[in-house]
Write a protein that binds this ligand. Structure first.
Ligand SMILES: Cc1cc2nc3c(=O)[nH]c(=O)nc-3n(C[C@H](O)[C@H](O)[C@H](O)COP(=O)(O)O)c2cc1C
Length: 192
């Protein structure tokens, strides 16, 4: 079985970005738990704001940096997608990148949905905005999503002890999805 590709995608615009720090943490937790379960994996975190010429993306192929990022998401075995909440939804930057993904590129892909916001009032942006976006792609978002606000962070990174139970639940669902993905790889290789 080839190594499972775990890809993080952050649509945060700030530097430092809370969203990026949450995406990095979740990627690390999932990768470690998958390794502990015997699922060999590799990780890649994409910070959309840092992609060279992202602002000039009008059609594919984009700049080499942007194209590599789009291909990495389309080739992922598991995606961790995070965005800050802007005006009640994902950031425009996040959507700009997602707009250029192949509409067939994420079919069946398990996705962890993450968002950060200024207030709990917009916690449901995960359910009302991110989940329908990935439904368009026929991806398979996990049941558990994570929404963090300022109080879950200290010095720009996720604070120790922030909603550990929810993180553990998401990681456990992710490992199940990765195990299924691994079994799928084996059966496809056997049939070929
Ligand atoms: C332009 C803009 C719009 C925002 N709109 C919302 C909003 O509608 N709801 C909310 O809860 N937070 C809102 N926020 C706060 C951000 O979502 C929050 O600070 C987030 O954690 C920033 O993530 P980042 O550090 O990755 O940029 C907004 C912030 C900005 C700059």
């Amino acid at each position: 079985m080839s190594r499972l590709k775990i890809v993080g995608l952050s649509g945060g615009l700030s530097a430092p970005s809370r969203t990026l720090s949450l995406v990095e943490l979740v990627v690390e937790r999932i990768a470690n738990a998958a390794s502990a379960a015997g699922l060999s994996n590799e990780t890649n975190v994409i910070d959309i704001a840092a992609l060279e010429d992202i602002g000039h993306l009008r059609a594919r192929p984009g700049s080499p940096d942007v194209e590599a990022a789009l291909l990495a998401v389309e080739g992922a075995d598991f995606l961790i997608a995070g965005s800050p909440v802007y005006k009640g939804s994902y950031s425009g930057l996040f959507k700009h990148f997602v707009d250029f993904l192949d509409y067939r590129g994420l079919i069946g892909l398990p996705v962890a949905l993450l968002a950060t916001g200024g207030s709990d009032r917009h916690a449901l942006a995960i359910e009302h905005q991110l989940r329908p976006l990935f439904a368009f792609f026929q991806a398979q978002p996990l049941g558990t999503g994570i929404f963090f606000t300022e109080r879950d962070f200290a010095d720009g990174v996720v604070a120790a002890g922030a909603s550990e139970q929810r993180l553990d639940q998401l990681v456990s669902e992710a490992v199940h999805a990765l195990a299924a993905r691994g079994r799928q790889q084996i059966s496809t290789a056997t049939a070929a």
